[in-house]
Design a binder for this molecule. Structure first.
Ligand SMILES: Cc1cc2nc3c(=O)[nH]c(=O)nc-3n(C[C@H](O)[C@H](O)[C@H](O)COP(=O)(O)OP(=O)(O)OC[C@H]3O[C@@H](n4cnc5c(N)ncnc54)[C@H](O)[C@@H]3O)c2cc1C
Length: 376
């Protein structure tokens, strides 16, 4: 019996689990190590905040996927990998041995030197914690306790969440809605996007009275304020921390080869450098020769090749090279069931763009629903 261990139920691993369930192999034992039993789909999270989706519509249940794949679930985070003895040590003390290991454990928000984030801000990850934090702050807003809300981070997630929050507050509270602002240390929001996309988002932000403050590095989150590096303070009754991606600590702690940010270093076959029996995909891994942005679209694209390569590594066979195209469709929801998008140099916006995103997102989640699993 060969042992496959999957760490994390991320975008690539849900595909791997589905593929394992589609073609069960009695000679392989599978274990999923995951701290959550529901994988929240980040693409729909802004829609949940805006009130367009219920939380149950945004999640993929891992238990049925695992059960269909014949996988044992260890319901805990991995805290260490011991590559020499080929073991994963979970936070609940369980030790799981593997012949082949795959890591798709995502990322966490980048906090750096900033103080007070754990106590006075709501970090966007883990997503379950963000959801709790959002519900708590929404309840405070309804009780009239919020005048101003800061979203720290001006990437796609920060911008979408700011629009979603503004939409929700205004719809529920009208004139009493708190003011929402975006603070980013970059010279602009979404610096990696085409200027035309930024222009559209900035115009919409002005129209919705969302403050956009580029060049602002937040050095401290405190009770009722955020303080910039230069000492300037903004009053902030609720602060959401949506900065870029930092690597899960256990990868570096395990002595695996990492890039400068601590992300698992992998090759074109998604194998860890120096450990061909360990694979990595999604945000937690970086292809050193062909790096891609930390975005869900790349984790999703990795799924089929990862499933094929894990099967090949278990049974012996040629591996598939996986180097994702750089191009991808970006769709940013802006509250009000309205979206701005880009494809290469082309930019566009409208309600139709939101409906397009809605269809793509719902289709992704539906692929792993009980109905879809039962259909095969
Ligand atoms: C609000 C928001 C909106 C976004 N919208 C988009 C979008 O529209 N398009 C896009 O391309 N990207 C988007 N992103 C980025 C996207 O969420 C990530 O790039 C994507 O989730 C990465 O997928 P992943 O599979 O690597 O990790 P994840 O989806 O984060 O999954 C990782 C899983 O691993 C688990 N895990 C974590 N640590 C451990 C551990 N130690 N042991 C075991 N399991 C662990 C987690 O619980 C989680 O289930 C958005 C992000 C946010 C926050």
């Amino acid at each position: 019996m060969r042992r496959l261990v999957l760490v994390g139920g991320g975008h690539a691993h849900v595909h791997v689990l589905k593929a394992l369930g589609d073609s069960p192999d009695p000679t392989v034992s599978v274990t999923l190590v995951s701290p959550v039993d529901r994988q929240l789909y980040s693409g729909m999270l802004p829609g949940y905040v805006a009130g367009h989706y219920g939380l149950d519509e945004c999640g993929i249940d891992l238990a049925p996927l695992a059960s269909r794949a014949g996988a044992t679930v260890v319901r805990a985070a991995a805290s260490l990998v011991s590559p020499t003895v080929r073991e994963v040590i979970a936070a609940n003390g369980e030790v799981v041995s593997y012949d082949v290991l795959s890591i798709d454990a995502g990322s966490r928000p980048l906090v750096g030197e900033a103080k007070g984030v754990g106590r006075h801000a709501v970090p966007v990850r883990p997503l379950e914690r963000f959801v709790e934090g959002w519900e708590r702050e929404l309840a405070r807003a309804r009780a009239g306790a919020l005048q101003s809300v800061s979203v720290v981070g001006g990437g796609g997630a920060g911008v979408e969440l700011a629009f979603a929050m503004e939409c929700r507050f205004r719809r529920e509270l009208g004139e009493a809605a708190p003011h929402v602002r975006i603070l980013t240390d970059a010279p602009t929001i979404l610096p990696e996007c085409a200027a035309a996309v930024r222009g559209r988002l900035l115009r919409l932000a002005r129209r919705r009275n969302i403050g956009v403050h580029p060049g602002c590095r937040v050095a401290e989150a405190g009770p009722g304020f955020v303080r910039l590096r230069e000492g300037i303070e903004f009053s902030s009754d609720a602060t959401f921390w949506v900065t870029g991606s930092a690597a899960p600590e256990f990868i570096r702690d395990s002595g695996l080869m990492v890039d400068r940010g601590g992300f698992l270093a992998v090759n074109d076959f998604m194998q860890a450098e120096g450990h061909p029996e360990i694979f990595g995909a999604g945000d937690c891994a970086t292809n050193l020769l062909n790096p891609r942005p930390k975005a869900g679209v790349f984790a999703v694209r990795a799924g089929p090749a990862l499933a094929a390569n894990l099967a090949a590594a278990l049974k012996g066979g040629p591996l598939e090279r996986h180097v994702s195209s750089r191009r991808f469709l970006a769709l940013f929801s802006c509250g009000e069931r309205y979206a701005v998008g880009s494809w290469g140099a082309l930019s566009f916006e409208g309600r139709w763009a939101w409906r397009w995103k809605d269809r793509i997102d719902r289709r992704f989640v539906a692929r792993y629903s009980a109905a879809a699993l039962a259909a095969r």
